[in-house]
Design a protein around this ligand. Sequence first.
Ligand code: GLU
Length: 269
Amino acid sequence: MKKLGVFMVSILLVGSLLAGCGSTTSSKTDNTASGPKDVNAIKSRGVLKVGVKVDVPKFGYKDPQTNKTDGFEIDLAREMAKKIVGDSNKLELSPVTAKTRGPLLDSGDVDMVIATFTITEERKQSYNFTDPYYIDGVGLLVKKAGGYQSLKDLNGKKIGVAQSATSKKAVQAEADKLGIKITFQEFATYPEIKTALDSGRVDAFSVDRSILYGYLDDSTVILPDKFSPQEYGIATKKGNDGLAKLFNDTVNELKKSGELDKLIKKWGL
Ligand code: GLU
């Protein structure tokens, strides 16, 4: 009797496992019929989860007075939400930094990152990127009191850069071109670099010019140098190929229709 009982349980287990497989297969088939699985998951959730910068004025910036996050990249994220869930307001924004944006994609906390994320060959190994929606350049923020006019004047000086950013390599290449010697100090965040600049621990703060504008104040100036073009793309997790295609198609549609240029004008970029 006991043996029979165990046998019956086994049959039930195998039966339910098979039923489970069956339903996965049929839902996969359904998904294929109505669109990619990764896109459908967002459609049924009804909201697009987006990683954005909150400290880059005009791109992704959270106004401390209103607590509202706005910018060119937020508007683009709205276009993506409109495309997927049919409503440009169905967005859930998460603040990201240069260091956290990749891990937040990996963990699935966000569906996409639109956060001054430069497309590089190395990063393309880990994430899917759309075609560029904007091209910035690397620049330098210095204290007015230092009297520096350009990167050339920073010979022998120390430059503050962020870990996981493209800046160090870009400044080094430019310094090599000019034949000057510079050293670097790396920091985890941009506010730390600004503090180091203010206290004289570094002589310049280097990153994309769009990001530097967020740290410009009465005591500092952005030098005219603009080098190493930074092409910004929307990043998605590898494997979410339906999403990657949809975002890329949307970026290209916005380019073709002139909408992208309108947004660039709207934000004064
Ligand atoms: N855009 C550059 C990068 O992706 C600067 C860093 C940043 O975006 O915070 O590395």
